[in-house]
Design a protein around this ligand. Structure first.
Ligand SMILES: NC(=O)c1ccc[n+]([C@@H]2O[C@H](COP(=O)([O-])OP(=O)(O)OC[C@H]3O[C@@H](n4cnc5c(N)ncnc54)[C@H](O)[C@@H]3O)[C@@H](O)[C@H]2O)c1
Length: 254
């Protein structure tokens, strides 16, 4: 049976590892041709080699650079045709102090966690508009709704990404292009490891205890939901923000 994405070219940012790598693998398993951009060359090439498929392309580049995006995108399009699905996944954490943070530091965070999603969307949208078809999934975060001390200004950037999602959904709806956000909760990747390393060793157990499902998520569980949003099964879903957090945001303290 053909996969749910069998006629799609899916472009993933930050696909070398973590959630992005799981999305690359899931989209391939669903029959898509997949291209991804990442600054991590070694990890990207290792992933590509492990996949053993001609249906995947990896280009090194930063999503903060319109020139890098254009270079990788244009090569991907030469191989696999116009992009029909975009996943803006590349992101970084921020642990700045609101007073000590410099403007350069601020700009660096927003360049990756917010502006990049617009830059990449701007690159793929003309072809989506021409085809009157497309689905964009922006990987936001549970921090778009609630946040944690010491994470400044990650929540602001991810909230902005959900706002960008709404605006794009409204402006692109008439072209039959759907735009949704997906907000992961704690998902076992490098970023979560980095977070726990910065905190007291007991925090991990406290976090697990707060989860209704008593565990954190895996990258594959995020990728499964992304595949649905990219596919025609989600044909009436746009402008939304999907929380994939194991129920964490359903409870308050106590
Ligand atoms: N892991 C979590 O618990 C969690 C929770 C909520 C949201 N998220 C979001 O999910 C997304 C993926 O996170 P992850 O946990 O897999 O992290 P990760 O650090 O394992 O992977 C992020 C990938 O993005 C790439 N990247 C970073 N900056 C880039 C740039 N400028 N250009 C191109 N690629 C770049 C990295 O090299 C890396 O391969 C991020 O947007 C993150 O904010 C993660």
């Amino acid at each position: 049976m053909a996969g749910r994405l069998h006629d799609q070219h899916v472009f993933v940012t930050g696909g070398s590892r973590g959630i992005g790598a799981a999305i690359v693998e899931k989209a391939l398993a669903e029959g898509a041709r997949v291209s991804f951009i990442d600054i991590e060359q070694q990890a990207g090439e290792a992933l590509l080699a492990s996949l053993q498929t001609k249906c995947c392309y990896f280009g090194v580049g930063s999503v903060t650079s319109a020139a890098d995006i254009a270079g990788v995108h244009n090569e991907a399009v030469k191989r696999f045709g116009p992009v029909t699905g975009l996943v803006n996944n590349a992101g970084r954490n921020s642990y700045a102090d609101p007073v000590a943070m410099t403007e350069t530091d601020w700009d660096d965070v927003f360049a990756v966690d917010l502006k990049a999603a617009w830059l990449v969307a701007r690159q793929v949208l003309p072809a989506m508009i021409a085809q009157q078809r497309g689905s964009i999934v922006n990987i936001a975060s549970i921090h778009a709704d609630m946040t944690y001390p010491g994470f400044f200004p990650y929540a602001a950037a991810k909230s902005g990404l959900v706002g960008l999602t709404r605006s794009l959904a409204l402006d692109m709806g008439k072209h039959q292009i759907r735009v949704n956000a997906l907000s992961p909760g704690y998902t076992e990747t490098f970023l979560v490891k980095e977070f726990f390393e910065k905190n007291d060793a007991s925090l991990r157990q406290k976090v697990l205890d707060a989860h209704p499902l008593e565990r954190m998520g895996t990258p594959v569980e995020i990728a499964n939901c992304v595949a649905f949003l990219l596919s025609d099964e989600a044909s009436f879903v746009t402008g939304s923000n999907w929380r994939v957090d194991g129920g964490l945001s359903a409870r308050f303290a106590g």
